[in-house]
Design a protein around this ligand. Structure first.
Ligand SMILES: [Zn+2]
Ligand SMILES: [Zn+2]
Length: 373
């Protein structure tokens, strides 16, 4: 059975970098093929990556409807037999979240190397899916979003608020993927560099992996407060302590004089990597998680990798299995990790430019767009 649809909806479109997004009216898809979904957007998170996209710092096609942290309700299904990624039946009105990336499943990265996040033909909603051709509605900054049949969709349980899912945003699944690649052991000492959304998510992953202690270096102060609320044993404010050597001394003191077993970079500035290698103990692991934008090179000394026998790892995006972990973590640990309380700014679709500005100025813990009021 395919639904017959009519009407149109409003979306915020980025037609040029560094220019205000404009509200544009697009028709709803007239018909959905089996497996396809139309979602009425409830909350669309604004990710730091959106700010980078808006500034033209990533090579993406335009025009674009941004928004890749979205929760909404199923408005129409192409087939009444549609199921979510875990095989649960979907119906009109169900609240869902979904993965951003759609790997092709056919290239060498998908099939041989099992690295779908590095798929050669990966499509990512709200990132590299231009909206000039039907079905147009391929990002979260709009009243409706279209989902292709191969999207990994997750039906949300009633005891998991949408605010928790969007409050954690893409940062939590990104961090879960990074920690999976790093294979942390329990009772290892962890330093997280950066107190933004990715840093906070990395802190949660570190604690779930049994970090002793979990240390966060970053700022500003309110973000570090969030980190302590989420269980950080120690926070180091880079504004109060601008000297990297002084910060290293604190980390050494807190880790038995040798440095941290694990250091996770969640800053996105090359200089943080230079500092991070110095914070690792010999034989330690260093995970670069925060460099989604290309912020340029840093002067690094490879001697450190050899002498310290460092393991340096990268991680890009996430896969559906990280979503299953994230959603269960959010559902069961809401008191311990109150991501739902991070949403500090809410904007209607017509104020999406204000929202992006607020995120760019670091004024928000988490900003969301409510395209349907
Ligand atoms: Zn993101
Ligand atoms: Zn592929």
């Amino acid at each position: 059975m395919s639904s017959s649809l009519s009407g149109s909806c409003q979306c915020a479109v980025m037609a040029e970098f560094n220019r205000p997004l404009r509200i544009h009216e697009y028709p709803l898809p007239k018909e959905l093929a089996p497996g396809e979904l139309l979602i009425e957007v409830e909350l669309a998170g604004i990710c730091g990556t959106d700010v980078h996209l808006h500034k033209g710092q990533l090579d993406v096609p335009l025009p674009l409807i941004m928004g890749h942290e979205t929760v909404g309700r199923v408005a129409a299904l192409g087939d009444s037999d549609t199921k979510d990624w875990l095989g649960r039946p979907l119906a009109v009105g169900d609240r869902v979240a979904f993965t951003v990336g759609r790997p092709c499943g056919k290239c060498r990265y998908c099939r041989v190397y099992r690295l779908p996040s590095r798929c050669l033909h990966r499509q990512a909603y709200g990132v590299n899916t231009p909206c000039d051709k039907p079905p147009h509605l391929l990002g979260g900054y709009g009243q409706y979003q279209f989902l292709h049949a191969d999207t990994a969709v997750f039906k949300l349980p009633d005891d998991l608020p949408s605010e928790a899912v969007v409050g954690a945003g893409c940062a939590l699944v990104t961090a879960l993927h990074g920690f999976e690649r790093m294979k942390m052991h329990s009772a290892e000492s962890v330093v997280v560099q950066g107190a933004g959304p990715v840093g906070l998510a990395a802190l949660v992953c570190a604690q779930e992996a049994g970090a002793r202690p979990a240390i966060v270096i970053g700022g500003p102060r309110d973000r570090l407060e969030n980190c302590r609320r989420f269980g950080a044993d120690l926070t180091i404010d880079i504004e109060e302590m601008p000297d990297a050597e002084a910060r290293r001394k604190i980390v050494l003191d807190a880790t038995g004089g040798l440095g941290a077993d694990v250091v996770v970079e969640c800053v996105g500035m090359p200089q943080a990597v230079v500092e991070g290698w110095e914070l690792c103990r010999d034989g330690g692991k260093y995970l670069v998680l925060g460099h989604y934008g290309d912020a340029g090179p840093a002067l690094l000394n490879p001697h450190l990798i050899t002498r310290k026998e460092l393991t340096v790892l990268g991680s890009w995006g996430s896969e559906p299995q990280h979503w299953t972990v994230a959603l269960e973590l959010l559902r069961t640990c809401r008191d311990r990790y109150p991501f739902h309380e991070l949403i500090t700014h809410r904007f209607g679709l017509e104020r999406v430019n204000e929202a992006l500005d607020a995120v760019a100025r670091w004024e928000t813990s988490k900003a969301v767009v409510l395209p349907n009021g």
